[in-house]
Design a protein around this ligand. Sequence first.
Ligand code: NZQ
Ligand code: ZN
Length: 391
Amino acid sequence: MDNFSFYSPTYFAFGKDSENQAGQLVKRFGGSKVLLHFGGGSVIRTGLLDRVKKSLEAEGIAYIELGGVKPNPRSGLVYQGIEICRKENVDFVLAVGGGSTIDSSKAIAAGTIYDGDFWDFYMGKRIEKALPVGTVLTISAAGSEGSPDSVITKEDGMFKRGASGDAIRPKFSILNPALTQTLPPYQTACGVTDIMAHLYERYLTNTKEVEVTDRLIEALLLTMKKEGARAVAEPDNYEARANVMWAGMMAHNNSCGVGRSQDWNSHNIEHELSALYDCAHGAGLAMTMPAVFRYVVKHDVMRFAQVATRVWGCQMNFADPEKTALEGIDRLQQFLISIGMPSKFADIGAKEEDIPKLVDVLCNGDGRTGSISGFVTLNEEDCTKIYQMMV
Ligand code: NZQ
Ligand code: ZN
């Protein structure tokens, strides 16, 4: 196991009606004037935004609303949010929505008190300071409610890139599983896929002797197999939603990723798909994960065989462990298809002729020098072959 430090000070309020604590929690974490940030309207339609506003009003907390965050959030709205926060002396950013709204909120929170262009953070500068951020989560997926990360797409060039720093870890996150019951099955399945990807990206490690985190990841993958499928099939099942919601947080606050190298190639290869075709992040991952895993399986056959036997119920083939490894990848893909996820380029409107463009931005965009690194370093030729496997 590698040395590590782990600091994850988010306060979680989990359960039914927990959104009514929003006002008290903003106050507890020092907010007096809030930017209330949300997406394309689901929180208005469900009445959630009104309940959150009431809770702020009950504590005498002023707020300014900024809606309109799109899935795969854009830089334009971030610049707008930064301007509002500066002009109105906002001291707290409250995200009400999914990962996109939370990530946009984090970018605004960091950009408001930074002298330069907020995009510097998405070019690799670590975020050291930000306004405090709180969240009221409406979809189990990105894990941004407990993570120090934010992913934004720069409209000029459609670069989708991530930024990081403990300063943008939410001060509090309100997790009411009932709020996710209004999600359509497809969006639920995209979330399930993303959560499983966050687990796999950590499972694929080059660090030896990491039994505790291996076992945590396997437990969460087994949970997602059962409860994820149940949440898709039974949208109103509170208990399934609750298990998925907490698994989604645990999958990405890095408690099961510490002390080990991680992969993230499936995510990087996906980000170009959602940047170019504006598909859901989870839908893209349902295609990139099986392709990347099959491509790199020989790098560590026993790691793939281990997850195949422990999570996917495969029988270990001692004479030919690669068969077991590949069977596990097949079962993962079959599971994703069974919950309604795409498996081919055409399913998300992606085109084979775009592959050179996807590869160029992936491997050379924004300061990269011809490759991406993770479990295995992949150059342009590798990435081209991986995209071709999805056609
Ligand atoms: O915009 P509204 O109207 O709210 O609708 C949203 C949106 O259309 C809808 N939705 C959310 N909650 C709902 C609901 N509809 C009905 N009922 C509800 N309760 O769902 C759609 C998707 O929302 P979005 O916020 O985009 O989903 P998600 O949480 O999957 O976030 C995706 C973004 O997170 C990034 C992804 O790249 C993508 O941009 N990621 C962020 C990470 C992080 N910060 O740590 C890590 C992830 O790997 C990921 O990259
Ligand atoms: Zn993800």
